[in-house]
Design a protein around this ligand. Sequence first.
Ligand SMILES: *Cc1c(COP(=O)(O)O)cnc(C)c1O
Length: 402
Amino acid sequence: MSSTTEKAIASAEAHSAHNYHPLPVVVATAEGAWMTDIEGRRYLDMLAGYSALNFGHGNRRLVDAAKAQLERVTLTSRAFHHDRFAEFCEQLAAFCGMEMVLPMNTGAEAVETAVKTARKWGYRVKGVPDGTAKIIVAADNFHGRTTTIVSFSTDPEARADYGPYTPGFEIVPYGDLGALREAMTDNTVAVLLEPIQGEAGVLVPPPGYLAGVRELTRERNVLFVADEIQSGLGRTGRTFACEHEGVVPDMYVLGKALGGGVVPVSAVVSSAAVLGVHRPGEHGSTFGGNPLACAVALEVLAMLRTGEYQQRAAELGEHLHQELGLLVGGGAVEAVRGRGLWAGVDVTPSKGTGREVSERLMQRGVLVKDTHGSTIRIAPPLVISKEDLDWGLDQLREVLGA
Ligand SMILES: *Cc1c(COP(=O)(O)O)cnc(C)c1O
C-alpha cells in the first residue's frame, strides 16, 4: 500500500465512526464493472454495492436521466405534487403487478414502512386487537439497521447493545414451513422474508418454501411481505426472486437497484386494500418520492422492462454457477449457493478467512466482500462482460490455489 492510500485511510479512520471495516482501497472513479483507485489501479467490481449497482457504474441512461432532472427540479417535499411523481408510482405499481406505491429512500425505511403498514392493516382491516399485532420473520434475516429492525435480528453483531428492543416479532428458522405454521396465531398480521437471504450468505430456501409460505399466509389472512431489496430487480435472472417459485407476495419491499446506484430510492408496493390504510400525516418522508429519485427510478424501470438485464443475469449466472460448482469438493471451496449473478462461496477455512481471501483478491484487482467468517459474496453488476467475469473467476481460482 502506498503512502497516499495509507494517508487517506488513516484520515477516514480518524474522523469517521468505525461501523465498517472497508478493504484498503480508495476509489476515485468508476465505469461499468470497473473502479479505479486514487493511484490509478483498476479493480473489477464483483460486489456492485450489494446490488445497488445492477446497471453498472456511471450508466449512461441513468446519468443522463439524473442530469436532466437536476436542471429541472430536485425536491418539492410531499407538501406539493410534482410532475414525475404520478408517473413513477403508476409505472412502478404496474411493473410489480400491484396497485399502489409508498416511496421512501433507504431500504431500512421501506422495511419500517412495511412493518407499519402491516400492523395498521392488521388493526383496521383484519381486526386484530390494538397493540397485539405479530409479525413473523426468519432467523439470520437482514432487513436493515433501525432499532426496530435490529430488534428482530438474530445476528449478535447487528443487535447487541442497541436495546431496549421493539416487541411484536416472532422468529422462526428460515426454510421451515412447519415452524412457520406453528408460529401463526390469530394476531399474526404478516410474514416478512427475504426470498433469498443475502447477508446470511446468499441462502436459497428449499424448493417449495416460498410457495408454501404463500399458501399458508393466504389461508390465515396474513400478509406475505417479500423483502426484495437485494434479490429483486434482475439480480437472480428474474425481475423478482419470488418468481422462481411462481409466487406473488402481498407486498414487495424494494430499494438498492431501484435508485440505480445514483440516488437512494426505496418503496413499498402493494394493493390498494393494504397501502390504502394510511391517511395524511400518519407516515412519510421529506425526501421520499422526490423528483430526482423518481426520474432515476423511472429510467431504471424502463431498462428493466426490456428484460435484457434479467436475461443477462440468468445467462451469465448459469455460467458463474457452473464455474463455481467445479471448485466445490476440490479442497478450496466447501459450498456455493445462489441464483443468477449472485453467489455465496464458502471457502475452506484452511485457505484463509473470507476477509483474507477478499484482500488477496483485491491485490489481484478484484473487489468482493466477505460475510460471516468464511463466506465471500459475488454479485457483479449485471452489465459485466463474460470476459471480465471469467477473468475475475481466474483470480479467485488463483488466490484459492484451485
Ligand atoms: C440492504 C438491505 C436492506 C437495507 O437497505 P439500506 O438501504 O441499507 O437501509 C434491507 N433488506 C435487505 C434484504 C437488504 O439487502
